[in-house]
Design a protein around this ligand. Structure first.
Ligand code: SF4
Length: 205
């Protein structure tokens, strides 16, 4: 099966943004959520920017930084949009990329469980943007039910993968408070020993 990725952009030579080492961000089209303060929203509807690439074509584009990846413990980060909408592509790319590279996914985890299971054997690190753990606030902010995201986070923790996951929980002006963010962090801590729980605040301009 040949799967393609609707590619929005490739950003090279990122440092200290996605964890260890030098990384290349591969951002793809599409997201199931409608977050009120999505910085990518204009990009996600501009379909004329999209170029469909095969795993082999993407490998050809990113391997220019092979030496940096190998020397620093970095690699490729799939983002978006929602990276896990493209789970089959990520799996196929993982099979052909050099074994020394690290593979990271940035995700809200609000995708079907099957998508997550497809990439679990191949992913080295996760950046999980879970946003909120309160169902009503999650829905108000994203326009979607958050149960699937929470269940997927639990699935990862129950599979012994919490140590590979950086969980991001934002303070979102108008939607949650510092106390709400702390409560979310407590709920997340209760289900697994995650690599890091990152609390931060959106700056709304
Ligand atoms: S999950 Fe990310 S890309 Fe999707 S709508 Fe929210 S902020 Fe935008």
């Amino acid at each position: 099966m040949n799967t393609v990725l609707p590619l929005l952009k490739v950003e090279r030579l990122r440092m200290e943004t996605d964890g260890e080492g030098v990384t290349t961000l591969v951002a793809a089209m599409g997201c199931p959520l409608s977050c009120k303060y999505c910085i990518n929203a204009p990009l996600l509807v501009m379909t004329d920017l999209v170029q469909n690439v095969t795993p082999e074509q993407l490998l050809g584009m990113v391997r220019i930084d092979d030496l940096y990846f190998q020397a620093t413990g970095g690699g490729v980060v799939f983002g978006g949009g929602e990276s896990l909408l493209h789970a089959e592509f990520i799996r196929e790319f993982a099979k052909i990329m050099p074994k020394e590279w690290k593979l990271t996914v940035e995700t809200s985890l609000n995708v079907p469980e099957d998508n997550l299971r497809t990439i679990m054997p191949y992913v080295d690190y996760y950046i999980a943007d879970i946003k909120e753990t309160d169902p009503e606030r999650y829905r108000a902010y994203t326009g979607m039910d958050g149960e699937r995201a929470w269940n997927n986070l639990k699935l990862l923790a129950d599979s012994g993968l919490a140590g590979k996951i950086r969980v991001r929980i934002p303070r979102i002006p108008g939607f949650n408070t510092v106390e709400d963010v702390k409560k979310s962090a407590e709920r997340v801590s209760a289900i697994g020993k995650f690599d890091k729980i990152e609390l931060f605040s959106y700056i709304i301009r």
